[in-house]
Design a protein around this ligand. Sequence first.
Ligand code: FHN
Length: 455
Amino acid sequence: MKQKLFWILVLSLGLSSALAQKKGQLVECRSLSLPKEKADWFREAKFGMFLHWGLYSMLEGSYNGRTLPDTTLRHGKSWYAEWIQPRLEVPMTEYKALAKSFNPIKYNAEAWVREAKNAGMRYIVLTSKHHDGFALWDSEVLDFDVMNTPYHRDVIDELVKACKKYEMKYGFYYSHWQDWTCKGGALPHWKPKVADRDFETYWQEKALPQVKELVVKYNPDLLWFDTWNEETHITEQRRDELIALIRANSDKCLINGRICFTNPGENIDFLEMFDNAYPEEMISKPWQTPATMQHSWGYHAKDYNWKSADEMLRYLINNTSKGGNYLLNIGPKADGSFPMPAVRRLREMGAWLMANGEAIYGAKPLNIKCPEGVYVSQKSINGKHYVYVFLTKPIEFFAFNINAKKAFVLETGRAIPVNTTKLIFECGEKYEATFTIPADLFRDSSIQVIKVELK
Ligand code: FHN
């Protein structure tokens, strides 16, 4: 009898939890959006590390005597090394066979996270699956993953553990639209368009289950989806189906706007600009620019187009002053190490942020007109209100309509002369603060920040 009662209890508990799950899903399906404050950390973080890493990293931008870009090939004109398979016409069987020798013995997730942290970055986004369809985690959905390589270790799992150890937010890029190795996945624009029926099979059998796997197994802080203005197949219905799946399995995972570039809708958590695009106006919704250090995203040994640390800091400052973030990409080598030019730039940026980060992290935009090369942000600390003025090139003086009490160089504490006057008009009054900048401030040519305390 006791045993019978036990089984009745077990069965009814199972049934009610199944019903609750179903009910929960229905409830969550109704709300496709996260509360806005879930994105507060993202708004404040400002600077993140993007990582493009996969089988393509092994080819380093060259194949069979050709190097990207190769203008003799109709579609070879891009630097993007992660596109090497279709652009340099690598036979698919040969490309897929790269998995048989993928063995990044220098991969050290903790070293990556430390490098990001020292650079002043507050989150990391790794390509869990790029357009080639190869998964960097132990995926139960398909065998085309890192477990079926000589490396045989779950790269994503190791990164997640390292991020948790160093309190770094983390997310994954997932190519939900283009997938060149799975039947039905969207193909490069010059190839025949796949039938929507086949896309639906890919969608149901690979894309959705893999995204669910990523969310359930690794609990990411954000997911980075990738479409651009030529997107096909990503209808509103599919976009929302994907959002609903993520919401049903996570109450924190932010979703970027490139889930559907031309029609992101209202339920995404932050807007994603196009590659290396820097808006000139403030945007109120959280947003970021995904950016490269060179031209390519994936490791390209012959792409020498490295931006200077200074240029990249200007992009970070520009975006901060407009309310956005800067997601700066590294293309690790196939062995798992970071290229030296990337490391040097990261450390230079980190050194500048060590001294001036106060003006970046958690800072808000301020809508005042600035002279060329000058940017501003603002922040309240312990009840006092501050404006930060970034001087990216030498300037003798400038004036703002703010009620400034005092000003000093953030890095040294050196006082900056400021003269504030009250202007009275018929329709009201306003303040004008004029700052006089000593010429020797620009001797070392680095970007200077003036901290202004308001009255
Ligand atoms: O095709 C991709 C490209 O390889 C890279 O991942 C970038 C990152 O923003 N997104 C696509 C092009 O915009």
